[in-house]
Design a protein around this ligand. Structure first.
Ligand SMILES: Cc1ncc(COP(=O)(O)O)c(C=O)c1O
Length: 392
């Protein structure tokens, strides 16, 4: 007897690499180059965070489905200082960006609707779509070599995308800066996508969770001509994923905004999932943004330096510097495939990296690493990676 919904009819057993990880991660010389939980790596302004949350108002329950006004004002001010004007009334708070995506799917998706996700891309969205009974299709981002051998451009395959748009297509998701490639769309592709969305009445859903880790991100908003839903949250902005506060922001034609507000109001009111202390504390919590963001950017910078220094003359592996975000792509040369290599790296060198196939990279040999681990871990991890390449 199967008691579960059909949406669970997918392969759920652990793969070979995850099984191996379970046995290797307790070893004293295990190195995790995927570590990206900032709360285990960085020092925070703890006293300030504590006093932000422990205010008298935190002890009273007065829910607002859209999010507390004072907290939304704090966000408007935060964005203003970054260079983007936002409308107070167009924000909706959620408990995490994943939940924000779920709420949007509840609002816009019918059983036959199709929404485009980028490939390669962040794998969690595939699951969220499954759980929401929403159909996703992929549009392809393909890599283009630039004059700089350590930088890739990722372009949209428009021919394929346009061919696959049907009358059931509702929206296109953009992750910007993109996880894991670390780039934004080129201005040309962004403008083309905006025109396409406008002409076909498609919504652009823009996941901006890494925007604070991209220099001058808010100077530019190439999507403002379309109906857009922006997503962001504290898990990256303040590196506080455990606080579970994210937001949806609506922009575009008044008719679109009104309809979305009506639906989101009902959905938010049904769950009221955002806790009170985080909303009460948001204004003061946002004052910690520059401190933690600087620490993270500094770490990313130092780790990029280490990688440049250790891999720049390596003929067997290439690195691609991200424009933003917390991750870096590496690419094995000489037809080495990522699945075998990452398995051997973990088994023989006790170093864990993500194989590119996890993100549906367009060809074999890609590896994804986090840029958050300490400099010592990064140096030793890259050294062991080079040792394995030499052995192969
Ligand atoms: C691109 C992207 N979007 C969304 C999320 C989920 O964010 P949250 O922790 O706010 O649910 C993540 C988490 O790492 C992410 O990488």
């Amino acid at each position: 007897m199967n008691y579960l919904s059909e949406k669970f009819n997918f392969e759920r057993t652990e793969n070979k690499l995850s099984k191996l990880l379970q046995t290797v991660k307790s070893k004293s010389n295990f190195l995790d180059l995927t570590a990206s939980n900032p709360t285990l790596i960085f020092k925070y302004e703890q006293d300030k965070i504590r006093s932000s949350l422990l205010k008298n108002e935190s002890f009273t329950y007065k829910p607002d489905p859209q999010g507390f006004v004072q907290a939304r004002i704090a966000l408007v001010n935060y964005y203003k200082q970054k260079g983007r004007e936002m409308v107070l009334d167009n924000f909706f708070f959620t408990s995490g960006t994943s939940e924000a995506m779920s709420f949007i799917l509840k609002a816009i998706s019918n059983p036959e609707s199709e929404i485009f996700l980028p490939r390669p891309g962040y794998p969690l969205y595939d699951f969220i779509f499954k759980l929401e009974n929403s159909k996703s299709k992929n549009y392809t981002l393909y890599p283009l070599i630039t004059e700089d051998p350590n930088k890739l451009q990722w372009r949209i395959d428009f021919q394929n995308l346009e061919k696959n748009i049907t009358e059931n297509t509702k929206a296109i998701v953009i992750v910007e800066p993109h996880n894991p490639t670390g780039v934004r769309l080129t201005l040309e592709d962004a403008a083309k996508l905006t025109l396409l969305a406008k002409s076909k009445n498609l919504i652009l859903i823009i996941d901006e969770v890494f925007s604070d880790y991209y220099s001058n991100y808010y100077k530019l908003n190439p999507y403002s001509g379309a109906n857009c839903i922006y997503l962001n949250g504290l898990s990256k902005t303040l590196a506080l994923p455990q606080m579970k506060l994210s937001w949806i922001y609506l922009s575009g034609e008044p008719e679109f905004i009104e309809q979305m507000k009506e639906a989101l109001e009902i959905i938010s009111d049904t769950y009221l999932s955002v806790n009170t202390p985080i909303q009460v504390g948001l204004e003061n919590l946002l004052e910690t943004a520059s401190n933690i963001q600087e620490k993270i950017k500094n770490q990313i910078y130092k780790n990029c330096e280490t990688i440049i220094q250790k891999l720049k003359d390596n003929s067997s592996i290439q690195f691609f510097l991200p424009e933003g975000g917390w991750y870096m792509l590496l690419k094995l040369k000489n037809n080495l495939d990522d699945e075998t290599f990452t398995y051997r790296l973990l088994k023989e060198q006790f170093v864990y990296v993500h194989p590119g196939y996890m993100f549906d990279m367009p060809d074999e040999g890609y590896i994804v690493i986090s840029l958050l681990p300490s400099k010592n871990i990064m140096q030793e991890g890259i050294k062991r990676l080079i040792d394995l390449i030499k052995k192969i």
